[in-house]
Design a protein around this ligand. Structure first.
Ligand code: COA
Length: 369
């Protein structure tokens, strides 16, 4: 049995292969991410979200663009009837509740879920800010329409393009925790909505998708590059983790960090005020790496996807509370693809646990009181 820790206890499943997939591959030693047969660097900034969905789902991209636009309109028609779901304080809880109200018989589950994730995430963020939800615009691309529904106006082309860079790049990433959760549910023969709701619950956690908001909190708290080292060392001394650093698979810098850095540079060049934030983030990354190297010389802890996600989504004008829901807007493409792939295997995922409790008759023999 695979064990994760030096004390021999099981728990993290690292290195355990539980699925064959053609969707994506993460090479943690070399820092290479393959998405549907392409290097992630070749896709981010070059293709649209609809096109990456088409690659992952093996369908026609033009037709999918129309279907997704129609499905956003259908999802928006449901917004009024979502009741308390959109009033929840946390965006991922809202998304979980809202997506859970979709019925598995919906025309095409994957399309309805992808459309619903963008529509409900935007409607939740607007409601939270005390504004009315904004209807989708079928003429826009999925990424541009998400910004439109979030911000109440169609984005300029450079912002739409960089949101595409983001959602394409995060659309799939091997058997991460949320994707695994989706595959486990799918393997029981349950419906796709249930699988995606489980994945949303997993992505919500700070060790998975919940880190970018705290990364920005950290940048705010540090404020100036020269304060980074002392702040980070104090966090580590207090036994806290540095958000946006470290990864279960990557032993080098997460390749998605470089893709997002380039996107932020492009935004900074096109007139947003991202330049200063990027400079601070780079300084914090450098100091965090140095401090973590000193504390854990045995384990490379480098920037992960969340570190520059925070800076990129901020530069796109997305509110901090909507960062993890925006991650879901991209990752739902991969979740749906994995559910379809898992279904095709027809095999239940059912691992084993090691019993470390008492065996009746082997201990004192006294019954519990
Ligand atoms: N800051 C400080 N220490 C860290 C760290 C971080 N970001 N990431 C890992 N470590 C330390 C752990 O405390 C642990 O130290 P210990 O052996 O003294 O207890 C050691 O490195 C190994 O950590 P472990 O939890 O076994 O690694 P993992 O593979 O399970 O963790 C993450 C991967 C992503 C959960 C972890 O790096 C983390 O919590 N990062 C911060 C949250 C984050 O950015 N999440 C987004 C992930 S994309």
């Amino acid at each position: 049995m695979a064990t994760a820790r030096s004390d021999g206890s099981a728990g993290g499943l690292e290195g355990v292969v539980v699925a064959d997939t053609r969707l994506s591959d993460v090479d943690g030693e070399r820092g290479r991410l393959i998405l549907a047969g392409h290097d992630a660097e070749e896709l981010g900034g070059r293709i649209s979200f609809e096109e990456v969905c088409a690659l992952l789902w093996s369908v026609d991209a033009d037709r999918l663009r129309e279907q997704l636009a129609d499905a956003r309109v259908e999802a928006f028609a449901r917004v009024k009837s979502l009741g308390g779901a959109l009033a929840l304080a946390d965006g991922m809880s809202a998304l979980r509740a809202a997506l859970g109200q979709l019925t598995p018989s919906d025309m095409d589950e994957a399309i309805a879920l992808v459309a619903g994730t963008a529509v409900f995430a935007a409607a939740w963020a607007r409601t939270r800010a005390g504004a009315s939800p904004v209807a989708p615009d079928s003429k826009l691309s999925h990424a541009a329409d998400y910004l439109n529904m979030l911000q109440g106006r169609p984005p300029d082309p450079s912002r739409a393009r960089e949101l595409d860079t983001y959602v394409v790049t995060v659309s799939d990433h091997g058997l991460n925790a949320s994707t695994f959760a989706a595959r486990v549910v799918a393997s029981t023969g349950s419906d796709m909505v249930s699988a995606i709701v489980a994945a949303v619950g997993a992505l919500k956690g700070p060790l998975h998708g919940g880190a970018p908001g705290p990364v920005l909190d950290m940048l705010d708290a540090i404020g100036k590059p020269e304060r980074a080292r002392a702040w980070i060392d104090a966090e580590l001394a207090a036994g806290r983790r540095i958000m946006g650093m470290g990864h279960r698979i990557y032993r080098v810098r997460d390749p998605r960090a470089a893709i997002f850095e380039k996107a932020i540079e492009r935004l900074a060049a096109s007139g947003t005020d991202a330049k200063e934030r990027l400079a601070l983030a780079r300084a914090v990354e450098h100091e965090a790496e140095e401090s973590l190297r000193a504390k854990h010389p045995e384990r490379p802890l480098r920037a992960n996807v969340e570190f520059f996600t925070a800076v990129l989504l901020e530069a796109l004008g997305i509110p901090r509370a909507a960062f993890t829901p925006t991650f879901a807007v991209g990752r739902v493409a991969g979740w749906c693809a994995h559910v379809l792939e898992q279904r095709a295997t027809g095999r239940l995922i059912r691992p084993a646990s090691r019993y470390v409790g008492q065996t009746p008759g082997a201990g004192t023999g006294d019954p519990p009181r």
